[in-house]
Design a protein around this ligand. Structure first.
Ligand code: ATP
Length: 248
């Protein structure tokens, strides 16, 4: 049957400080149960796109001045980030942002705050997070500020999982991590997608790894989508190979 579109971004424009036009009409579709990659170099507009979806631009003096953002067919662009979390969409910010003075487990528990269900469900979800991230279970009593970059990325994803999302917006999960760890994080994303049915929209500069794990990709350049297609096709595209995979 036809795949359901969860998130639909239609021709959005974003302006910072009333004058700087950064997104110049970006459109994309995120299908339920898929891993969709948002690719492009530094400054292409990936983070801005994710923040536009989560309504996190105000603190940076940015605003969506044109276009629409729908989730399950409903307009979401004026919702608070917390309201969006209730609808099942959560963003994992670039740079991880743990509460450094809390333990790993306390950090994970902060992700459950929007939920109305009981302690039993929360503790079952904590077990689920530890099943996907055994390393976090070992480190659960450690102060988050003293864990490694890879562990902090795991904490950030694990905390998002605690809100029981349907869709995760994941910003630059590979940033600052050694190749082996990047692979490990992407393997976990893949199994969360396959086993929990989680939908992902991930922004990545690391085109190579993203196109190996994603099903579909959009390439952004200077605030516009310049190319999109199934990941397998993008991997074979001569321009993508030359400019993004370094295989000319
Ligand atoms: P990166 O991976 O480096 O974050 P990106 O593709 O995510 O790159 P954005 O962070 O979305 O790109 O930035 C897109 C453009 O918007 C860049 O030119 C950047 O300088 C500009 N920009 C980002 N934030 C602001 C801001 N708060 N005010 C003005 N310009 C901004």
């Amino acid at each position: 049957g036809k795949t359901e579109t969860l998130l639909e971004v239609n021709n959005i424009e974003v302006i910072y400080n009333h004058v700087i036009l950064v997104l110049k009409g970006v459109s994309l579709n995120v299908p339920k149960g898929g891993i969709t990659a948002l690719l492009g170099g530094n400054g292409a507009g990936k983070t801005t796109t994710l923040k536009a979806i989560s309504n996190l631009l105000h603190s940076e003096r940015g605003e969506v001045t044109k276009g629409t953002i729908n989730y399950r067919g409903e307009r979401v662009q004026d919702l608070d980030p917390a309201e969006l979390v209730k609808k099942g969409v959560i963003q994992v910010m670039e740079g991880r942002h743990c509460f450094e003075h809390l333990t790993v487990e306390e950090n994970l528990m902060t992700g459950a705050y929007t939920r109305g269900d009981g302690r039993g469900a929360v503790s079952a979800d904590l077990d689920m997070v530890y099943e996907y991230f055994p390393r976090l279970k070992e480190r659960r009593k450690s102060q988050a500020g003293y864990t490694s970059g890879g562990e902090q990325q795991m904490v950030a994803i694990g905390r998002a999982l605690m809100s029981r999302p349907e869709t995760i917006l994941l910003d630059e999960p590979s940033m600052g991590l050694a190749p082996q760890l990047v692979e490990q994080i992407f393997e976990i994303v893949k199994s969360l997608n396959e086993k929990e049915g989680l939908t992902f929209l991930l922004a990545e500069q690391n085109t190579n790894v993203a196109l190996r794990y994603a099903h579909y990709g959009y390439i952004l350049e200077s605030g516009r989508v310049v190319m999109d297609g199934p990941a397998a096709e993008l991997r074979e595209n001569p321009d993508v190979k030359e400019f993004y995979l370094g295989m000319a």
